[in-house]
Design a protein around this ligand. Structure first.
Ligand SMILES: C[S@@+](CC[C@H](N)C(=O)[O-])C[C@H]1O[C@@H](n2cnc3c(N)ncnc32)[C@H](O)[C@@H]1O
Length: 318
């Protein structure tokens, strides 16, 4: 298992930075053709492009679709993406006080769910307190409620970090419309070079984001770096279907229907063709699990949802 970037010395469960640098160099030499400028080729969907081009193209995709992004998600998945995101939150099961970093957080779906979840956990705590204290007067009960309202998130906070300003803009507007203000901030940043200090967050999430990143291994190392020891990594991503009948139907739907929906709803066929192709290019469940281990994480597990159409990978920085 290779090491994490998060320390200058070799650490248990993490390996040695020097050794990992060599491993990364070796992997790099093996996996792509080098250009004279030292920039490697990569893929953008099924196209081969330079790494710099990929970043620009991904940016353009999300800049173009930002305003229709939520509507397209609901239309393409028939609303099922909401269920997948709810399951992610249930797996996280955040306690009041949790500091969450949601990378590639886009229009804030994970962040809003997080805030709702923590708020309901707090409410449950208040109810329990009241039930265990049967002799309180109504004044005391009212006071308790008021106090808890002020601390309704119990110090929890979520940072939504995304490289795309348009996606964040739509997210911020949505948060104002839905009344989320407390415990939430929006930061422009690249998953491969996060603008946060080491050992900072309790949980790192990335939902439908990591397959868009040019250097997935760097994004994983950054996730490891910014998590506190004991912190949890959770990734929700399209994955590989494990049932041949569903796989054929899913392929048919993906290639024949999704780009058409993209054209009709968002006016952008190519953006949604990229979506479908990028899903096919992303590593399968086991390979991605190994990549997470290579970044230094332990207890790496995954859960397939909807026959592997998506998977949740979970891991810890221990
Ligand atoms: C499919 S959207 C997912 C948005 C949100 N997480 C959700 O589940 O609805 C992918 C997001 O990844 C962002 N993204 C792509 N490359 C990124 C990078 N290198 N760093 C941070 N965000 C990135 C895009 O801007 C876009 O908002």
């Amino acid at each position: 298992m290779a090491a994490s970037m998060a320390g200058g010395s070799c650490r248990a469960g993490g390996g040695c930075p020097g050794r990992r640098a060599l491993a990364l160099l070796w992997r790099g030499l093996c996996s792509g053709s080098r250009r004279p400028s030292d920039e490697r080729d990569t893929h953008f969907g099924f196209q081969t492009v330079s790494e710099a081009e990929k970043g620009e193209k991904v940016y353009q995709v999300f800049e173009t679709v930002a305003k229709k992004y939520d509507l397209m998600n609901d239309s393409m998945s028939l609303g099922i993406h909401r269920v997948w995101k709810d399951i992610l939150l249930r797996q996280m099961n955040p306690y009041p006080g949790t500091q969450l970093l949601d990378v590639a957080g886009g229009t804030g779906d994970i962040a809003f769910r997080f805030l709702n979840y923590v708020r309901s956990q707090r409410e449950r705590q208040v109810q329990q307190k009241l039930r265990s204290n049967q002799n309180l007067s109504w004044q005391e009960i009212t006071k308790l409620y008021q106090e808890e309202e002020h601390r309704s998130l119990g110090g929890s906070h979520v940072v939504v970090c995304d490289i795309n300003k348009e996606m964040l803009k739509v997210g911020k507007q949505k948060s104002q419309r839905l009344g989320y203000s407390e415990g939430l901030s929006w930061v422009v940043g690249n998953a491969e070079e996060l603008p946060f200090s080491d050992d900072h967050f309790d949980v790192y999430t990335i939902a439908f984001g990591i397959r868009n990143v040019t250097h997935v291994d760097q994004a994983l190392q950054e996730a490891y770096r910014v998590l506190k020891p004991g912190g949890r990594f959770l990734c929700l991503e399209f994955s590989h279907v494990n049932n041949s009948l569903i796989s054929s139907l899913y392929d048919l739907y993906s290639f024949q229907v999704i780009p058409v929906l993209g054209e009709v709803i968002a006016g952008d066929w190519k953006a949604y063709q990229y979506l479908v192709e990028s899903i096919r290019r992303f590593p399968g469940q086991e390979e991605f699990k190994e990549m997470i281990e290579d970044a230094g994480f332990l207890k790496v597990e995954y859960q397939n949802l909807s026959s592997g159409i998506v998977a949740i990978h979970s891991a810890f920085k221990l």
